[in-house]
Design a protein around this ligand. Structure first.
Ligand code: PPS
Length: 300
């Protein structure tokens, strides 16, 4: 099922439009009906994130946990975007994440989505599928997203840093507002024990501990040796070198502008936010993020 992105027209960047109250671009809405009618199975696992929060990292961990021992060749021969299809990504005559997910031969099927919680196809709820949500502090998330929009030719143009900064606070990003995304998924965990809400910063602080928590959520008990192999295998430098995890096989991304595995750090925002921007951001953040239980760390 190899995907040939080289045929894709990347001569102009897409424009954002309002889609049911969320800023989106056509590649994520074109197949809306089919995606909404996706038939989830009870053992499917949905990996949900706001873009740039650590999706690839957690996807690689889960793939290793489930299939690292039984089918290691999967991990060395298929890029991450084929092992873990991106459900809503649709490029006519080229890619349909929904079709890829339908055809996944694995059990469980690991499926990626950046949908805000209200867009998740209903069968995932009906089947009580496990969902793993990864959230990252807004400042680092914004910086990572800025570089991504600079280097990924199928995303809207990033523009300059100052305008990107304003747009992020306004929620004028693909998949909408970071604030709404992390908050609405968080609220959903209060009523749905099938959602495991993780933080990028916790993963950086202690990857082994977070793998442990993931294992108890999904009910796997790998040996200490296996866990250690996984922890080492998914360290930033190792994933950055790993062609099947680092997106270097996707021609729509221009690695001369920025690599996909860029820095992998907490606190890189300090290299981009001016003092005035930081003050403006913090004041705006306080107005938008009212739940003290949903706490993000912008430095470790
Ligand atoms: S995407 O395009 O939304 O799927 O991107 P996503 O994978 O969610 O996020 C990419 C950022 O995650 C960082 N990353 C990692 N950090 C630490 N360790 C590991 N193993 C790792 N893998 C990916 C990646 O570098 C991006 O963050 P930035 O800050 O840009 O480096």
């Amino acid at each position: 099922m190899s995907l040939d992105f080289s045929k894709m027209d990347v001569s102009s960047r897409p424009k954002l439009f309002d889609f049911h109250g969320v800023a989106m671009i056509p590649i994520f809405t074109a197949n809306w009906e089919n995606v909404q009618n996706f038939q989830a199975r009870p053992d499917d696992i949905l990996i949900a994130t706001y873009p740039k929060a650590g999706t690839t990292w957690v996807s690689q961990i889960l793939d290793l946990l489930y299939f690292g021992k039984t089918s290691p060749e999967r991990l060395t021969s298929l890029p991450i975007y084929e092992r873990v299809p991106f459900l809503e990504m649709t490029i006519p005559n080229l890619v349909s994440g929904k079709d890829q997910a339908d055809k996944l031969p694995t059990t469980p099927r690991l499926i990626k989505s950046h949908f805000p919680v209200q867009f998740v196809p209903k069968s995932f709820w009906e089947q009580n599928c496990r969902m793993i949500y990864v959230a990252r502090n807004a400042k680092d998330n914004m910086v990572s997203y800025y570089h991504f929009d600079c280097m990924n030719n199928v995303q809207p143009a990033a523009g300059d840093w100052n305008s990107f900064f304003q747009r992020f606070m306004e929620g004028d990003m693909v998949f909408g507002s970071w604030y709404d995304h992390v908050t609405n998924w968080w609220k959903k965990t209060q009523t749905h024990s099938n959602i495991h809400y993780m933080f990028y910063e916790d993963m950086i602080e202690d990857t082994g501990r977070e793998i442990e928590k993931l294992c108890s959520f999904i009910g796997l008990s790998p040996s200490a040796e296996e866990k250690e192999m996984i922890r080492t295998g998914v360290q930033f430098d190792n994933m950055k070198k790993n062609k099947m995890a680092n997106y270097s096989t996707l021609p729509v991304m221009d690695f001369k502008v920025s690599p996909f595995m860029r820095k992998g750090k907490v606190g890189d925002w300090k290299n981009y936010f001016t003092v005035a921007q930081n003050e403006e951001f913090d004041a705006d953040y306080k107005r938008k993020m009212k739940d003290p239980a949903l706490h993000f760390r912008c430095e470790l």
